[in-house]
Design a protein around this ligand. Structure first.
Ligand SMILES: C[S@@+](CC[C@H](N)C(=O)[O-])C[C@H]1O[C@@H](n2cnc3c(N)ncnc32)[C@H](O)[C@@H]1O
Length: 473
């Protein structure tokens, strides 16, 4: 190990920065964050350093560096653009066994500044010992996405209970087991929901009653398929869950990201093929939560847009099961973006309607007169099978036969296909190109912008929007 990772408490301790430019400023700010007593020596200073001195946050000494100036400091940074001066600083510090860092000169660093993930009081430091700082920064970015923001608040809360827990459990093992139960309990998700007071009450109850952990259901939207469209919260809850209840719409790449040892339960749904009836899925979620499990109910797109998330949450609420709801990128947003089709556009569409082609068996007809109005975009979910009906009803209610349409199959996924044409061709296009589920229909003038803005996946264009078909409406 080239560097021993230690965290130093610099409260009011003297540190020295040599240099008056931007780098010196950044290093001084880092020291100030740790409440160190900062002195900066240079013949001249940038405006920001002057401002900090005016606010009495640090001391400036207008002078050329002299080796004896290093005496009395715990840490020293050389941040000048003059190698000779930097070397003098390094040698003077070494002579007096003072920790020194010469910026961008790793052999002259007795200490280094690691990349930091800051969830105060939790701090994670990453270092490549100066060999690959960009790689260290990349790793930090990865960790940033994985470590939830609420972890700092959680650490503060449990920190405030340490004394009480020590009094309540005298043996180390009992204390450890208690904390394990806390971190498996709803206290974590209550902090996550931002309710620190309630989390504190729950912790107090756990301390008094020593209750077993309660289950919880996370109703999570996984987006249309590209795993990089998952939200951070979705990813965190997927990795926190004991059980993951999923359906076919969730892409394989996304399922790869769930906790390795989580139990996976498929309740797959495809149009006309409900392998597990919805009522059974609802019961299953309640049963698993009542067994004390953390359940991730993961759904394609957004759980509240044609995802039956509303029904599931109603059942959870009626059984008093705790839950969280995480929105996802719905197919209309994902497919349109990846197809280069803005859903609204000042020149083409002032409104958008999300429509399902797959109503309840006893469902009402859609409001065709409203859907057939011009200057709006229709994003039709589950519309492949009913496309002949959709096409004929829109035409019958006055939407122009030349209205541009786009069919986006496997939107946002590696095998995305976009077929464009005109409304009068819709069902024919679906048949000719053997469109498979999942596919989204986008109907409206905006679909013609695909030609101009496409950037992802394969495109088949079957008619030029500039040369309309005969209007058969
Ligand atoms: C049961 S709905 C679920 C919608 C989902 N909750 C959402 O917000 O996107 C399923 C329909 O969404 C659309 N869909 C979902 N993911 C899609 C994708 N990656 N590409 C195209 N259409 C998709 C298709 O119309 C599919 O039949």
């Amino acid at each position: 190990m080239q560097y021993l990772p230690i965290f130093t408490k610099l409260d009011d301790k003297p540190v020295l920065v040599i240099g008056g430019g931007e780098v010196a400023l950044r290093k001084s700010q880092a020291f100030l964050k740790a409440r160190a007593k900062v002195t900066v020596i240079a013949p001249e200073f940038c405006a920001e350093l002057e401002a900090l001195a005016k606010q009495q946050k640090l001391t400036l000494q207008r002078a050329y560096f002299q080796p004896e100036q290093v005496l009395g400091y715990m840490l020293i940074i050389a941040a000048t653009d003059n190698d000779t001066v930097n070397t003098q600083v390094f040698e003077a510090a070494e002579q007096h066994n003072i920790f020194v860092n010469v910026v961008d000169d790793q052999p002259k660093c007795r200490f280094i500044f690691p990349s930091i993930v800051d969830r105060d009081p939790i701090t994670i430091a990453i270092s490549s010992a100066g060999t690959a700082p960009v790689l260290a920064r990349r790793l930090r970015e990865k960790l940033e996405t994985l470590i939830p923001q609420h972890i700092g608040a959680l650490a503060k809360l449990v920190g405030s209970f340490r004394k009480q827990v020590k009094q309540r459990f005298t043996s180390f093992d009992d204390r450890r087991q208690f904390w394990e139960r806390v971190f498996d309990s709803n206290v974590v998700s209550t902090v996550q929901k931002g309710n620190i007071e309630q989390a504190s009450d729950e912790l107090t109850t756990m301390l008094d009653d020593n209750l077993p952990p309660q289950g919880e259901v996370y109703v999570v939207g996984a987006g249309p398929g590209d795993p990089e469209l998952l939200t951070l919260k979705a990813l965190q809850l997927m990795q926190q869950a004991d059980v993951v209840v999923y359906d076919y719409l969730v892409s394989d790449e996304i399922m790869e990201l769930v906790r390795r040892d989580a139990e996976l339960i498929c309740v797959g749904k495809r149009a006309g093929d409900h392998s597990v009836p919805q009522e059974r899925t609802n019961e299953l979620l309640v049963e698993l939560a009542q067994q004390g499990k953390k359940v991730c109910r993961i759904k394609g797109g957004d759980p509240f847009i044609y995802g039956r998330g509303g029904e599931e949450v109603q059942v959870l609420a009626s059984h008093g099961v705790s839950y969280q709801i995480v929105p996802g990128i719905t197919a209309a947003a994902g497919c349109s973006a990846y197809a280069g089709i803005p859903l609204t556009h000042r020149d083409h569409a002032q409104a958008i309607q999300f429509v399902t082609g797959h109503c309840k068996k006893d469902g009402q007809e859609l409001d065709w007169p409203s859907l057939a109005k011009p200057n709006q975009t229709l994003a039709i979910y589950m519309g492949v099978i009913k496309s002949p009906h959709i096409q004929s009803q829109l035409l019958a209610h006055g939407r122009s036969a030349t209205t541009p349409v786009a069919i986006v199959e496997n939107g946002t996924r590696k095998d995305q296909r976009v077929i464009t044409g005109q409304l009068a061709q819709l069902s024919e296009l679906i048949e000719t190109h053997a469109i498979q589920s999942p596919a989204l229909l986008i109907i409206g003038e905006v679909a013609s912008l695909h030609q101009q803005l496409a950037w992802f996946g394969k495109t088949t264009q079957t008619s030029s929007f500039a040369q309309p078909l005969t209007d058969v409406a």
